[in-house]
Write a protein that binds this ligand. Sequence first.
Ligand code: NAD
Length: 485
Amino acid sequence: MKYKAVRNFIGGKFTDNQMAGKLDVISPLDGNRLSQVPMSSVVELNEAVKSAMDAFPAWSKTPIKERVQVFFRYKTLLEKNLQELAELCSEENGKTLGESVAEIEKCIELTEFACSLPQLITGELLEVSRGVECRTEHVPLGVVASIVPFNFPSMVPNWTLPNAIALGNCMIMKPSEKVPLSVGRLALLLKEAGLPDGVFNVVHGGVEIVEAICDHPDIQAVSFVGSTKVAKIVYQRATSNYKRCLALGGAKNHLMVLPDAIPGMTAQNVAASMSGCAGQRCMAASAMIGVGNVDSIIDKICEEARKIIPGKNLGAVISKESQQRIEKYITEAEQQGATILVDGRNTKVAGKENGTYVGPTVIDHVTPQMSVATEEIFGPVISIIRTKTIDEALAIENANPYGNAASVFTQNGGAARYIIDHASAGMIGVNVGVPVPREPFSFGGWNDSKFGVGDITGKSSIEFWTKLKKSTIKWNAEAGVNWMS
Ligand code: NAD
């Protein structure tokens, strides 16, 4: 085991819980055991919530300009430790080192946004009648929780923690049991940056902890990122306990290619979008709709896909189960009559025979009914559906239950605008394969890709992590002057 057993982080220190069962943490890169993660119980959650509640009065009363100083220092520490954080991210998640470096760079950008929060939450003030003013203030909620998935061990935690904490809340983070190591490093960096003990706590585990978070009477808000199946469970359970909840789910992103698209650029973008992070991105292109004759572009996509080499510029998928699930989808499509143009099944990387790799896979002549067209595959696979018109393409995109992202490749501004207007997704790309909005623009899908109001990052997160206090104040004591004067 390369690393010591993972521990919870409560009240500013790593704590042991002898009673908890443990799961192995396996590196997808080579199948080696990296560590073990505790399956904590409600006992550890209660300790973490108590420590967060104890920290809340002082932290929430600290002026925001002072609170964000911690995040200026945290940003510098992320920069200083970028290489080490990226290596750990690759080890536990399986992505390439370059992808992990980009992930930590995104954490830095997210932290920069948190540092700008004092500029954004100044509130409003208006003299509403003679001598009477109304003002608004954003007030932190209290103890909040963030439950995160395996595919971005550092970035998704940083979607929530800098903003929620800078806005004055204290947080319990529940990392994915598949990638629990990175969040422990982030906890130490926050401590080094001067975050008071108890403001950020980490409790490891699985279903039991997530359910206990949704039920805990002292947790005010729950943010969740993961599959749609679990997002629905968490959203229902947290809101039925009268908590604020924002639950981001899975995706099936459609990328529409029109015949006038620039072939080289389009092919590079399609191949990069479907295979980046081994296709394990909620923003990955999973279905491509070729409108009209795009055969020459498809040829180029195959050329690009063949340049993507597992173990070199393509990372591993998270587990053996994922590898088998993805390969099953490809085989099913083949049996149903689709054409496998580039086949990533049975991939082995020399020297890393126990790693879990799937090569880039391009499937053509997929019909809208096939499972590769309708379900989230979460692997480096693109399913190509052919249509004659843009409206047919949009009908297919609109019929899918998810709504994270959709993209169009074209040089025709009118066609692009039409697709922006009619695609049923929260984030749209024009000649962009992975249309993740950059800060300060917020991140969030539609339909079954998100449950709850608002987005998880950017300005939208301010509404989620705070409540609004409205004061009506009459400063003058004149008789006969009231709030309607
Ligand atoms: P997952 O839903 O299996 O797990 C997410 C979290 O929920 C983990 O912390 C896990 O421990 C916990 N969990 C798992 N099963 C549970 C259950 N039955 N009850 C309660 N908690 C449970 O997701 P994953 O496999 O870790 O991540 C991949 C999924 O996340 C994909 O569907 C992907 O699209 C999605 N995702 C979405 C976004 C987005 O922004 N919409 C971002 C990243 C990932």
